[in-house]
Design a protein around this ligand. Structure first.
Ligand code: ADP
Ligand code: MG
Ligand code: MG
Length: 205
C-alpha cells in the first residue's frame, strides 16, 4: 500500500538537504563541544556532492537515487560521511523497481544499520548515530507488520529516531571522537543521531 517513486525519493533527498542546511551550524557546534567541529561541513559537502551527482546521472528509480546519495557520502572526510554512505547504500540496494515500498525501506534501513554497526562497532547507548538508527529499524519493522503505508511508517521511524537521538544527551560516548572527552560529552546531543532523525523527518511521502 503506497510507496515512493523516483520523484518522491528525489524530493526526500532535497528536503533532507534543505533541513540539514538550516541546522548545519548548530549540529557542527555540538560536534565542536564533544569532538572537532567539522560535522556540519562534512555533511554539507556530502549533500552538495549528492545533488551534483543526481543532476548529472538523472536516476530513474528510487534505488538509484539512494545509491547516488550513498556515493556522495562515501567520499566524504570524517567518520560520519562514510558511515552514512554505507547506510544509504543499504537503502539503495533494497529496491530496484519504480516504487520504494515501506517493506523495502525497512529491509534497507535494517541492512544499512547492520553494516554501520559492523564497521563502526557502536552499539545502542554508545552515543552515536546508531542510537537513532536502531529505534528506526524497530519502528519500521512494526509499521510493516501493521500494514502501514510508507508515509505513516516513516513518520513513526522519525519519532523513534528522534527519541533515540534525544536520549544521547545524557550519555558518555564510547565510540568516535566524543569518547576522547569523557564526561565533557554529557549534556551534548550527538549530531549524527540527530541527523538520522532529520532524515526521516524530511520525507513527505
Ligand atoms: P569525526 O569524528 O571524524 O570528525 P564527524 O564529525 O564527521 O566525525 O562525525 C561525528 C559523528 O559520527 C558522531 O556524531 C557520531 O554519530 C558518528 N560516529 C562516530 N564514531 C562512530 C562509530 N564508531 N559508529 C557509528 N557512528 C559513529
Ligand atoms: Mg567531527
Ligand atoms: Mg573530523
Amino acid at each position: 500500500p503506497g510507496g515512493l517513486d523516483v520523484v518522491g525519493a528525489w524530493a526526500w533527498v532535497e528536503a533532507f538537504h534543505r533541513r540539514f542546511s538550516a541546522d548545519a551550524a548548530e549540529l557542527g557546534e555540538l560536534d565542536r563541544r564533544a569532538g572537532d567541529g567539522d560535522f556540519g561541513n562534512n555533511i554539507l559537502a556530502a549533500l552538495r556532492r549528492v545533488r551534483a551527482r543526481l543532476e548529472q546521472t538523472q536516476p530513474t528509480t528510487p534505488g538509484a537515487v539512494f545509491l547516488g546519495v550513498s556515493h556522495g557520502f562515501l567520499n566524504t572526510g570524517g567518520t560520519s560521511g562514510p558511515l552514512f554512505g554505507l547506510w544509504f547504500r543499504g537503502i539503495g540496494r533494497a529496491t530496484d523497481g519504480p516504487v520504494l515500498t515501506l517493506a523495502q525501506l525497512a529491509a534497507g534501513v535494517d541492512a544499512g544499520t547492520a553494516t554501520v554497526q559492523r564497521l563502526g562497532k557502536a552499539r545502542p547507548g554508545d552515543k552515536t548515530m546508531v542510537d537513532a538508527m536502531v529505534p528506526a529499524v524497530g519502528a519500521l519493522a512494526a509499521a510493516v507488520a501493521d500494514g502501514l503505508d510508507l508515509a505513516d511508517g516513516v513518520a513513526l521511524a522519525a519519532e523513534a529516531a528522534r527519541g533515540g537521538a534525544l536520549a544521547t544527551e545524557a550519555l558518555r560516548a564510547r565510540r568516535g571522537r566524543a569518547s576522547y572527552v569523557g564526561d565533557v560529552a554529557r549534556g551534548v546531543l550527538d549530531p549524527g543521531a540527530l541527523t538520522v532523525a532529520l532524515f526521516f523527518d524530511s520525507c513527505h511521502g
